[in-house]
Write a protein that binds this ligand. Structure first.
Ligand SMILES: Nc1ncnc2c1ncn2[C@@H]1O[C@H](COP(=O)(O)OP(=O)(O)OP(=O)(O)O)[C@@H](O)[C@H]1O
Length: 236
């Protein structure tokens, strides 16, 4: 079945089990370009597994995942790898930076891997570090930064190549309470100004207030009795 024309990301009846243990039991979801969607629900309900299926890190056991007109679920591993590198951004709950590189080099990495010029990549990386309030850390290596600074650098790296879709899985988990709202606001406003679609997973209900829509998962599916799409409700 082909996806609806107006959805940048579309998943239909996605099932996934980790080593025989079911994590997703038929999730259907459409995300429009530039939209920010929050995936919420209690721990273990399948948020991370859903984001990994949508971003091509995992292949669903059954069901479909489309990015624009690309059937992600049928792509060979090298094509999924390229798609993730060129078109998607990923922020996880712990910053995975390259220890040998400085903050700006880390943030510039996706641009350099995509074949961008060194000077332009550096300028863009520095702009994003400034936007995320870690401009003064640009020349420091990750080991000289605190966890909250490292996570801001990881977010800058995920946004610097202006991906079509940013997947953020509990992106505020390593931050102190005081930093959380500010980093989330920066992430969502930068995404809105650059028309980057965001799929944001969190068990923190506050995250939903910054999103256009919310998909609530319970035990790998939408709440009993409701079709998955109906579980998406307007939250603003
Ligand atoms: N690698 C794995 N091997 C086995 N089971 C897994 C694996 N990853 C996740 N699971 C299980 O799959 C289910 C869904 O996990 P998932 O991490 O997707 O949920 P989540 O909503 O993101 O949880 P959390 O909020 O704790 O991050 C859980 O029961 C979890 O224990």
């Amino acid at each position: 079945m082909a996806p609806p024309d107006n959805d940048v990301l579309w998943a239909r009846e996605v099932h996934y089990a980790h080593g025989g243990s079911p994590a997703l039991l038929g999730v259907t979801l459409g995300v429009r370009q530039g939209e920010i969607i929050a995936v919420t629900g209690p721990r273990g309900c399948g948020k991370t597994t859903l984001l990994r299926c949508l971003s091509g890190q995992l292949v669903p056991d059954s069901g479909e995942v489309w990015f624009n007109s690309i059937p992600v679920h049928t792509l060979p591993p090298t094509s999924r790898e390229r798609l993730r590198r060129d078109r998607f951004g990923w922020v996880g709950d712990t910053p995975q930076l390259v220890d040998e590189l400085t903050a700006w080099e880390n943030a510039a990495l996706p641009l350099l891997l995509a074949g961008g010029g060194h000077r332009a990549a550096k300028r863009t990386a520095l702009e994003w570090l400034e936007r995320l309030d870690v401009g003064e850390c640009a020349r420091k290596r990750p080991g000289a930064l605190v966890q909250a600074q490292r996570q801001r650098v990881a977010i800058a790296r995920a946004l610097a190549h202006q991906p079509d879709v940013l997947f953020a899985d509990e992106p505020t988990a390593p931050l102190h309470q005081a930093d959380r709202a500010q980093v989330l606001r920066t992430l969502t406003s930068a995404s809105r100004s650059h028309r980057i679609t965001v799929v944001l997973a969190s068990h923190d209900p506050e995250v939903a207030t910054l999103a256009d829509r919310t998909l609530t998962l319970v035990d790998g599916r939408a709440p009993a009795g409701a079709p998955s799409e109906a579980a998406c409700s307007l939250s603003v």
